[in-house]
Each structure stands twice: as structure tokens, then as C-alpha cells.
Design a protein around this ligand. Structure first.
Ligand SMILES: NC(=O)c1ccc[n+]([C@@H]2O[C@H](COP(=O)([O-])OP(=O)(O)OC[C@H]3O[C@@H](n4cnc5c(N)ncnc54)[C@H](O)[C@@H]3O)[C@@H](O)[C@H]2O)c1
Length: 267
């Protein structure tokens, strides 16, 4: 199940964290994976780990806010592996400041990475995804990393929440537009709860700073206790969902959102 044999994927922000784990899992499921990131050394290490485990991966320098970088990364996937079946718009940033504390420059950065990056990836990958869909029984796929903060409000980072709400609805609109055009490209979003990555830790640093402390350990413990499933999420929890959405097992999902949050938004 969830096999990706013969598929080619491009994952933005895949040097580490959720994207890195998704790249590893996709390669293990048989996909050839292009890892795009601004962290060049870390991305090369992720490629090396996948290759050492018998997978096939390549690094593309990619700042998702830059059109030319997207064109080059998509070009690398097609020239090296012959096609592009899967785009995972995973790169994202979190600021962790309130409406009255965040600067305009920080807001611009959030929008550039979390929204412009998703728009550019979707627009520029569409022709290659459409070409690959012609020879694929269930077509091609876009998976967008939204967040539970794109479904319910966030006290911690209201502006991050605005960008992820945008990604949530853009995913649905992408599904509708590409279906209307007959492209056979599905688009779905995934909505993680708090996941134990560098960004996850950043959320606890923001919480700690509000109490005038630098110690995140008690906050992590308290938060984990408040999650119905009793723990923080792990990158593999989200990577499993991404691989499902990227595979033909989710062939009839389109414009949908998959919530993977240990039950946080069930209440
Ligand atoms: N960790 C969480 O709790 C959580 C929760 C909900 C949603 N998410 C979302 O999941 C995605 C992955 O988050 P993560 O936790 O792995 O974060 P992370 O910070 O560990 O990794 C993010 C990756 O994106 C890359 N990146 C940042 N800006 C970039 C740019 N301009 N161009 C290319 N790459 C860039 C970083 O270098 C990094 O490798 C993000 O979209 C995030 O918003 C995370």
C-alpha cells in the first residue's frame, strides 16, 4: 500500500523536519525525490542518507520565494528523472509573535515563504505535473503543508495562521481550477498539529518567552499532556499522511484536508 514506484517527487523545504522525513519515506516507497531547500549542506546530508539507504534522491537549491529557483528545481526533476508526478509544497516559516508585536518585514517574510512559495510552486510545476498525468492512471498530485492553524485560530502566531488559512483554501481552489482545465492533477492539504521539529521547538520558545522564561521543557510536557493522544507529533506521523496523499491510495481525494494532530482540534 502507499507505493510510489516509478513516481518522481519534488519536495520544498526537505532538508530537515517534516519535509526531510517525507523525502526519506517517499524514497523508501519507491519514488525518486528532488529535495529543494535553502539549507544546502543539510539538504545534501538528507540526500546522502537516502542514497545510503538504497533510495534515489537529488538536491536542488530552492528558495521558494524565487521564480527562477523553482524553474531550475522543476527542470532538474524532469532532466534527471524524466518527469514530475508529485509536488509537496512543504517549506514554511513561523514567527511566533502577536498582531501588535510582529513587524511588517516579518509579515512580508511569512507571506513570501508560506503563500507566494506555494503559489509559485503550483503554477510553475503545473505543466510538468500535467505532462506526467497523461501517462499515469490516477494523474499527478500536489500536497500542501497547511496546519491546524489554517483551520482554527492561533493565539501563538495569528499571522502564520492567516497564511495557513490561505494555503487551506488555495488547495481547494487549485483542485477546482485544474479539474476544470482537465489537467488530472489532484491537490490536497495536510494539517499537522504541533510536531517535534525545529519549527515545533520554535512554538515552545514563543510560549516560554511569553512567560519571561527560556525553559521550554515544562511547556513541552504540559502541551503533550493536553493532546488527546498524549504526545507531541513526530515527523513520521506527518510523512505517513503525505505519502498517503501522494499515492494512488488517495486517488479519490481532491481539494480535501487531512488533519493529523493527535486529536487537538477534535474538541
Ligand atoms: N512543526 C510543526 O509543529 C508544524 C505544524 C503545522 C504545520 N507545519 C508546517 O509543516 C511544514 C514543515 O515544517 P517543519 O516543522 O518541518 O519545519 P522546519 O523548520 O523544521 O523545516 C522547514 C524547512 O523549510 C525550509 N525553508 C524555509 N524557508 C524556505 C525557503 N524560502 N525556500 C525553501 N525552503 C525553505 C527550511 O530550511 C527547513 O528545511 C511547514 O510548512 C510548516 O508550516 C509544521
Amino acid at each position: 500500500m502507499n507505493r510510489l514506484d516509478g513516481k518522481v517527487a519534488l519536495i520544498s523545504g526537505a532538508a530537515r523536519g517534516i519535509g526531510g522525513e517525507a523525502a526519506r519515506l517517499m524514497a523508501a516507497a519507491g519514488a525518486r525525490v528532488v529535495i529543494g531547500d535553502v539549507l544546502h549542506d543539510r539538504a545534501r546530508q538528507t540526500v546522502a542518507a537516502i542514497t545510503a539507504a538504497g533510495g534515489d534522491a537529488a538536491f536542488a537549491p530552492l528558495d521558494v520565494t524565487q521564480e527562477t529557483a523553482w524553474t531550475a528545481a522543476i527542470g532538474l526533476a524532469v532532466s534527471r528523472y524524466g518527469r514530475l508526478d508529485i509536488l509537496v509544497n512543504n517549506a514554511g516559516v513561523f514567527i511566533g509573535k502577536g498582531i501588535e508585536e510582529i513587524s511588517l518585514a516579518e509579515w512580508d517574510r511569512l507571506v513570501a515563504v508560506n503563500m507566494t512559495g506555494v503559489f509559485l510552486g503550483t503554477r510553475l510545476a503545473a505543466p510538468a505535473l500535467r505532462d506526467a498525468a497523461r501517462s499515469s492512471p490516477h494523474g499527478s498530485v500536489i500536497v500542501n503543508l497547511a496546519s491546524i492553524a489554517g483551520i482554527v485560530g492561533s493565539q501563538l502566531d495569528p499571522l502564520y495562521s492567516m497564511t495557513k488559512g490561505g494555503v487551506t483554501l488555495f488547495t481547494k481552489s487549485t483542485a477546482l481550477e485544474f479539474a476544470r482545465k482537465g489537467y488530472r492533477i489532484r491537490a490536497n492539504s495536510i494539517h499537522p498539529g504541533v510536531i517535534d521539529t525545529d519549527m515545533g521547538e520554535q512554538t515552545f520558545v514563543s510560549r516560554a518567552q511569553r512567560t519571561g522564561s527560556n525553559d521550554t521543557a515544562p511547556l513541552r510536557q504540559a502541551f503533550a499532556g493536553s493532546v488527546p493522544s498524549g504526545r507531541l507529533g513526530l515527523p513520521i506521523d506527518i510523512a505517513n499522511g503525505i505519502v498517503f496523499l501522494a499515492s494512488d491510495d488517495s486517488a479519490y481525494m481532491n481539494g480535501a484536508g487531512l488533519v493529523v494532530d493527535g486529536g487537538v482540534t477534535a474538541a
